[in-house]
Design a protein around this ligand. Structure first.
Ligand SMILES: [Zn+2]
Length: 430
């Protein structure tokens, strides 16, 4: 563990620490954050009645809209000269969310990253190939700084240039791969096709920036011969490091000394009990530049406070199954792309790349699953095509209770993603 005195602290002491930090955040917001203060005031809160964390559900939510409306610096709670780094989300048509860090925020961020890397089995003796994009995205620089703090040797490759990524894997022998799961999958296929698995030394994958299913992780592990771990964070709350998997891989440990988490019903806003699936809502407990109370992440997950075999006491969140925004409602059925992915990736003859196309035909919504064959010659065998399509359609119907159209397409014809994957085309309303 990177900070065992915190990561394995008793839950009572942890709660005490959270309460203490929450009172500090409360004061910081009333003193220094006009927008957040306004939201509290509008909801009838007063500076003097700081609630305990048990009463936090009475406070209003913050959401991405606040970042858009008050772009770029409206939510900042420190003078600009105290901000030493800016990052942002990828929005271009809409204004992105601008995130900022003070010296203290930056130090915390490094420690949080070091925690998730250590939890995934990374040590100072490792060499890490960082294939996350560097730039405004929090992933590249975030992981870089935390790994550097641990004494890991870093290959700051950024994303793309797949040939060169493979060359570095063979020549330099990195033991850790950092990327989005979709790019890791792409790289892992390139390694398999080049037949160089035996020549690379990768041991651990640190994957984040988007969710992935266990089946997708298994595919990457098989192609690269590594242990794949998942980590989570978002720009608005300071980037990656909010949570990450330990080697038990039974959920992502949340850095609860820095973040207080709730799960809500995304329709009603009601807080749900432990174990139920809903939207993750996060209150930052230490952030100086950008303190947020009850930020709605839109990410769908569930929490457990059960002790973990690794010895860490902090709560775990299940891998995110989707975003409440990405949830497709098709003929009244809630569909997350990850549910379809988990079916596809178990099939023979097809690759892991797919696209979901939603259309409105008359008054009926339809979902087409376009998925790529591994071997193009299957396209010439009608009985074989029928059999594969039928099998996929049947399994999706079993899971979702929904009949979809399955289209098998030639190898290499579905779009590849160097960063975050965009696997849904919603053509309704066009
Ligand atoms: Zn654990």
């Amino acid at each position: 563990m990177w900070q065992p005195e915190i990561e394995a602290m008793g839950r009572d002491a942890l709660r005490y620490l959270q309460e203490d930090r929450f009172r500090q955040v409360w004061a910081h917001i009333w003193d220094d954050a006009p927008v957040q203060r306004g939201l509290l005031r509008d909801a009838g809160a007063e500076r003097g009645d700081a609630p305990s964390l048990d009463g936090i559900s009475k406070l209003p939510f913050t959401d991405k809209k606040a970042f858009t409306e008050h772009y770029p610096f409206g939510l900042f709670a420190v003078p600009r000269e105290k901000v030493i780094r800016l990052h942002s989300t990828s929005g271009t048509t809409n204004k992105p969310s601008m995130g900022g860090y003070t010296v203290s925020d930056m130090q915390n961020w490094k420690d949080l990253i070091a925690r998730i890397c250590a939890a995934a089995g990374v040590t100072g003796g490792d060499t890490a190939q960082v294939a996350f994009g560097y730039g405004m995205f929090t992933g590249g620089f975030g992981l870089h700084q935390g790994l550097e703090q641990m004494g890991v040797t870093i290959l700051p490759m950024s994303s793309g240039q797949t040939e060169k990524q493979l060359m570095m894997m063979r020549d330099i022998g990195p033991t850790v791969l950092v990327s989005t799961p979709s790019y890791a999958l792409y790289l892992s296929e390139a390694v398999r096709e080049a037949g160089i698995k035996g020549e690379i030394k990768l041991r651990v994958g640190l994957f984040g920036g988007e969710g992935h299913t266990p089946e997708m992780a298994a595919k990457i592990e098989e192609n690269l011969g590594i242990t794949a771990t998942s980590n989570y964070g978002l720009c608005e709350l300071g980037g990656p490091g909010l949570s990450g998997e330990c080697l038990e891989r039974k959920g992502l440990h949340i850095a609860e000394d820095h973040y207080y988490c709730e799960i809500i019903d995304s329709e009603t806003g009601e807080v749900l009990p432990e174990g139920e699936t809903g939207e993750l809502v996060v209150t930052s407990l230490t952030r100086e530049a950008l303190p947020l109370i009850r930020y709605r992440t839109k990410d769908i997950t569930r929490l457990t406070y059960e002790p973990c075999a690794c010895g860490r006491t902090h709560a775990r969140m299940a891998p995110v199954i989707g975003r409440s925004d990405d949830m497709l409602i098709i003929r009244g059925v809630n569909v997350f792309p990850s549910q379809i992915e988990s079916v596809l990736i178990r099939q023979e003859h097809i690759g892991p790349h797919y696209m979901l196309v939603v259309r409105r035909e008359g008054v009926t919504d339809t979902l087409e699953v376009q998925v790529e064959l591994v071997d193009g010659s299957v396209l010439e065998s009608f009985p074989m095509l029928e059999q594969i399509q039928g099998s996929i359609r049947e399994q999706i119907r079993n899971i979702l209770g929904l009949t979809v159209k399955v289209t098998l397409v030639a190898p290499q014809s579905v779009e590849r993603f160097m960063g975050k994957a965009r696997r849904v085309k919603d053509e309704r309303g066009k």
